[in-house]
Design a protein around this ligand. Structure first.
Ligand code: NAP
Length: 309
């Protein structure tokens, strides 16, 4: 199937273009970007021009930041195209519900992707936790914003989510691997005095079994970068490391085998999109987004030092 990529920025170039090139299901037929391009691929300045000129392209993958994403997604769905969304699926929950009902109305597929759920060891972690009693779960997600998000001013604007832009990846894993639903009970948000979104956040959750569930997100991490989730259970401790790429059980590295034949988060996402297209329908799990929206609604704000890139 021909596919078009919208928003040729960091993630499109780093992950989507190579994943599509390696895919046996998709072929990159066009891009939309005001500044970016992919060598040898037809480029359009906006999505409306693409939708008008290329009725033959039935699948659209959106790599825009969350705020401009809704308008592009809605236009594509109204034009009868199937849509794949980068995370987070929108700037607000209401937008996400609006996209779902639009996709239902126009009978197209809609896939809200969570790339971190496709990390190598996430499925193994889910299987291991399925029959254990959780005592505690702690997320530590600390990265250097200057290193991973250079020049991305949208992250600091309303709707850009700040540290929740990576933090929502951790929450996408937590909501995938835990057998029980959790909900946020409190949050502390550290917001630079010159910015609109948090640079760090500490979250606490209610767990129906009484386990202590918490998350610590920080964009100011220098040196070692940390993307870990530690779950203590009645039968031992599971640690997901490097965003789910590695796993330890009671300290033993890679104790669980991964049996997914495709390697890489984005190749797996495109394979999932292909199978969604075959069966039709919508795949949009909003739980990670709900936790972020709850934190932004319930969180206590602390003003911290200005962030200057
Ligand atoms: P980015 O490098 O800033 O690229 C976003 C692209 O969207 C820009 O190149 C820009 O291209 C286009 N765009 C259109 N309207 C825009 C607007 N109003 N404001 C800003 N850009 C606009 O961002 P990214 O890192 O690729 O992230 C895009 C999405 O992917 C985000 O939702 C992010 O959470 C997600 N994501 C990012 C990463 C990562 O490591 N960076 C990883 C996974 C997921 P033109 O200016 O040329 O139109």
């Amino acid at each position: 199937m021909d596919i078009a990529l919208i928003g040729i920025g960091k993630i499109a170039i780093d992950q989507h273009v190579p994943a599509i090139a390696a895919s046996s299901d998709f072929s990159l037929a066009a891009t939309v970007s005001r500044h970016g391009y992919v060598e040898g691929v037809e480029s359009f300045p906006n999505i409306h021009a693409l939708l008008k000129a290329r009725d033959d392209i039935r699948v659209i993958s959106l790599c825009l930041p969350p705020v401009p994403r809704f308008e592009a997604a809605a236009a594509a769905i109204r034009a009868g195209r199937h849509v794949m969304l980068e995370k987070p699926p929108g700037a607000t929950l209401a937008e996400c519900y609006a996209l779902m009902s639009l996709a239902n109305k126009h009978k197209v597929s809609l896939f809200a992707t969570w790339h971190s759920r496709e990390a190598d060891k996430v499925a193994s972690a889910k299987a291991w936790l399925a029959n254990k009693e959780l005592r505690s779960l702690k997320v530590t997600w600390k990265e250097d914003v200057r290193r991973w998000h250079p020049g991305q001013d949208w992250i600091w604007e309303p709707g850009g989510m700040g540290v929740f832009d990576p933090g929502i990846n951790a929450l996408s894993i937590v909501t995938e691997i835990l057998p029980d639903n959790i909900h946020l009970t409190s949050a502390n948000l550290e917001v630079p005095v010159n910015r609109q979104t948090p640079i760090a956040a500490q979250l606490e959750f209610f767990h129906p079994g009484g386990a202590e569930v918490s998350a610590d997100f920080d964009f100011r991490q220098e040196g070692e970068q940390i993307w870990n989730i530690e779950a203590v259970t009645d039968e031992g401790t599971l640690t997901l490391i490097d965003g789910g790429a590695r796993i330890r059980i009671d300290g033993a590295e890679d104790a669980l085998e991964d049996d997914n034949p495709l390697s890489g988060e984005y190749p797996r996402l495109y394979a999932k999109m292909a199978s969604l297209l075959l069966r039709g329908g919508i795949d949009m799990d909003l739980r990670p987004m709900i936790h972020v929206c709850d934190a932004l609604a319930l969180g206590r704000r602390t003003t911290v030092d200005p962030f200057i890139e």
